[in-house]
Write a protein that binds this ligand. Structure first.
Ligand code: NAD
Ligand code: UDP
Length: 388
């Protein structure tokens, strides 16, 4: 008999039912995969789309986990089934959101509605029915670092006190109203505050996750292949698309912004610890990122070019990158986060979690997936207009 699964305090973990909203997205698909392969938990998977979890759902009844995952195609904006599904579950995980920077300044209303208004009933139903909630927020709630306001040559810019982002002490610094990128951050921050208030006043058991650039297979889409030709996904998919098409990578405003990237599979381990250790996770806000994987966007582009050449066997372009202005690339109202280093104290202390995978290794496995999944389709799409 397999050994009983135990939590971090040695107590047996009971099988639970999880209502996962946004289960068909990038993070949701990896979380469903992990829950099905390695745990006895049941998942009610809610989303408008299910392409990224089809391999777990079909053919019907054919997987060892088939009776533990149920897909419900619904839009949480308007669906009376939502409360019933939350009531059926022990835990709700809300991943649903518009979370692509190209949308923040071009669809600001949808962004605010999706990240605040549409999440309200989820919080309310959890609170009223005494159900636990894990809500996905974002590292973007921190906005810009204090250091970014110092003179360029100030030595204080090198002092971690001016840039490391801590859940319980860092301020949240957004740009002005017409910089509509911050509407996303602002909506996420208000829903965090509302959840926190539900905890304080009504005893809601909650955990808030602030992801710092989780990346890996199945993130977003490749324009013109499995998403709109004119669509602008997040940077991993933008650069993958350029590499697949043998076009130069576009560096927005010189590619000087800095990011820390964490491998999706490492990050999912952190979420699993939150799911299975409620006593340690409830009432906490967790940064989930990899402070060791920091690069500028330009360095990311250079590394992706090198890794892609290795995994595809194609030589890199002679001119691998090109500079574009943010106005040209995203339109007016775009602004950027300068630097994002997560403080790891709370997640280390509460859950003993640390990321493992280096940027090179995570890019190698991710770009191997991108090449295997898309190279042929891209080749055909490029050949088509010439054939017509
Ligand atoms: P994603 O876009 O791949 O997934 C979101 C899913 O939610 C999509 O499948 C979408 O169809 C679904 N959804 C959106 N609105 C819905 C609605 N009204 N009804 C039903 N389903 C709906 O994004 P992701 O990267 O998986 O992100 C998940 C969450 O994590 C989001 O809340 C996002 O803000 C947060 N986050 C992610 C990252 C990251 O690095 N990936 C960074 C910061 C924050
Ligand atoms: N970016 C870029 N070229 C692209 C796509 C994105 O230079 O083709 C930059 C973008 O301006 C930002 C960073 O890459 O500085 C990360 O963008 P992403 O969309 O992944 O999300 P963010 O981390 O800003 O939320």
């Amino acid at each position: 008999m397999a050994a009983a699964r135990v939590d971090l305090d040695g107590k047996p973990i009971k099988a639970m039912t999880i209502c996962m909203i946004g289960a068909g997205g990038f993070i949701g698909s990896h979380l469903c995969e992990k829950l099905m392969a390695e745990t006895p938990h049941n998942v009610l998977a809610l989303d408008v789309y299910n392409d990224k979890i089809k391999h777990l759902l079909e053919p019907a009844g054919s997987h060892p986990w088939s009776d533990r995952i149920q897909f419900h195609r619904l839009n949480i904006k308007q669906d009376s089934r939502l409360e019933g599904l939350i009531k059926m579950a022990d835990l709700t995980i809300n991943l649903a959101a518009i979370c692509t920077p190209a949308d923040y300044n071009t669809r600001p209303l949808d962004t605010i509605y999706s990240n605040f208004i549409d999440a309200l009933p989820v919080v309310k139903y959890c609170s009223e029915n005494s159900k636990r909630l894990i809500h996905f927020s974002t590292c973007e709630v921190y906005g810009k670092t204090i250091g970014s306001f110092l003179p360029k040559d100030s030595p204080l810019r090198q002092d971690p006190a001016y840039y490391v982002l801590k859940e319980d002490t860092s301020p949240c610094i957004f740009g002005s109203i017409e910089k509509q990128r911050w509407s996303y951050a602002c909506a996420k921050q208000l829903i965090e505050r509302l959840i926190y208030a539900e905890g304080a006043e009504n005893g809601l058991e909650f955990t808030i996750v602030r992801p710092f650039n989780w990346i890996g297979p199945r993130m977003d889409f490749i324009p013109g292949i499995d998403g709109p030709s004119e669509g602008v996904p997040r940077v991993l998919a933008c650069f993958s698309n350029n590499l697949l098409r043998r076009e130069p990578l576009k560096l927005v405003d010189g590619g000087e912004s800095q990011r820390t990237f964490v491998y999706i599979k490492d990050a999912i381990e952190a979420v699993m610890l939150m799911i299975e250790n409620p006593a340690r996770a409830n009432g906490h806000i967790f940064n989930v990122g990899n402070p060791n994987n920091e690069v500028t966007v330009r360095q990311l582009g250079e590394m992706m070019t090198e890794v892609y050449s290795k995994v595809s066997g194609e030589p890199p372009l002679e001119v691998p990158t090109v500079d574009v202005s943010s106005k040209e690339f995203y339109g007016v109202g775009y602004d950027d986060s300068d630097k994002r280093i997560p403080d790891m104290t709370i997640i280390n202390t509460q859950l003993g979690w640390d990321p493992k995978t280096s940027l090179w290794d995570l890019l190698e496995s991710t770009l191997t997936y991108q090449h295997r999944t898309y190279a042929e389709a891209v080749k055909q799409a490029i050949a088509k207009p010439a054939a017509n």
